[in-house]
Design a binder for this molecule. Structure first.
Ligand SMILES: *[C@@H]1O[C@H](CO)[C@@H](O)[C@H](O)[C@H]1NC(C)=O
Ligand SMILES: *[C@@H]1O[C@H](CO)[C@@H](O)[C@H](O)[C@H]1NC(C)=O
Length: 261
């Protein structure tokens, strides 16, 4: 909960930022982890576990992007679409991607994922008998422009992305700086680039061993990251560590089963 004094401080900070009219569209302004208003979806190990290749369902829908200053991005989205015929049957999808980004001289932002690393978990409970589909996902994203500015109302940095047709995305708010991200490298290099199957077969001992050693490497890398990396931004309307524990700790995917392992 916000105390009166922290609210007052936020108002002062927000109004001084507002007067300064901060607005930027470059690599250093993108730096950090951004999350939509639900503030329940964050990139990083709380959303996708590359060791077990698990997508972890957040408690509310939303989306998150992270950017480094040296050209890497990570994306996490959890979308739920209502089913007009049966409100008890919403479709849901979880998507993880990471890779490199580029800001063109005309201000357009292009995200180029590492094709073998992207994952999508899609569920349509009334049509798939409760069995979600888990597949690779590889989708280049183009944002015509973007701007980072201070949201005067919430007193936090806001990232506004504009889609390829110029329409605005839902605004994203700075949640972690430095960003909370998985290692900026290919996480699953031993697997084929096929869209729907797992590539390495369980009987292929060499592939399994390569994969195991990669997993050990990734695990170590994640452990190291936890010691040094993301710093939560203590501002605005989410001020409680419970958000992090909720998103990182509630790992239940309910009755979801995996076609992909
Ligand atoms: C910038 O250039 C790219 C590639 O030519 C193009 O796709 C994009 O629409 C351009 N952006 C703007 C804002 O004109
Ligand atoms: C990934 O997507 C890009 C562009 O959408 C495409 O050029 C590339 O061939 C795809 N890679 C794989 C392995 O599917």
């Amino acid at each position: 909960m916000l105390s009166v004094s922290s609210v007052a401080l936020l108002l002062i900070q927000a109004s001084s930022f507002f007067k300064a009219g901060y607005a930027a569209s470059d690599e250093s302004s993108l730096y950090g982890t951004w999350s939509s208003k639900s503030n329940q979806v964050f990139t990083g190990p709380g959303f996708y576990d590359p060791v077990d290749e698990l997508l972890i369902e957040p408690s509310l829908p939303g989306l998150s992007y992270s950017f480094t200053e040296d050209g890497w991005f990570e994306e996490a989205t959890y979308q739920v679409a209502g089913n007009p015929k049966d409100p008890t049957c919403p479709e849901a999808s979880l998507i993880f991607q990471h890779g490199t980004y580029e800001i063109l001289s005309n201000g357009t932002l292009i995200l180029t994922p590492i094709a073998v690393d992207g994952r999508q978990l899609y569920s349509n409970p009334c049509d798939d008998k409760g069995v979600s589909t888990y597949t690779r996902y590889n989708q280049t994203e183009l944002f015509k422009s973007f701007v980072v500015e201070v949201d005067a109302y919430h007193g936090v940095y806001k990232l506004q992305l504009y889609q390829h047709d110029g329409s605005p995305m839902q605004p994203l708010y700075l949640a972690y700086k430095p960003p909370m991200m998985l290692p900026t490298q290919t996480l699953n290099p031993t697997e084929g680039a096929s869209n729907t199957d797992s590539g390495a077969s369980a009987t292929d001992t060499q592939a399994v061993n390569e994969k195991r050693s990669l997993r050990t490497l990734v695990r170590r890398s994640l452990e190291n990251r936890h010691k040094t990396s993301a710093v939560k931004v203590h501002k605005g309307f989410w001020n409680s560590d419970t958000f992090w524990y909720l998103s990182a700790g509630l790992l239940g995917l309910g009755s979801v089963m995996f076609l992909y392992s």
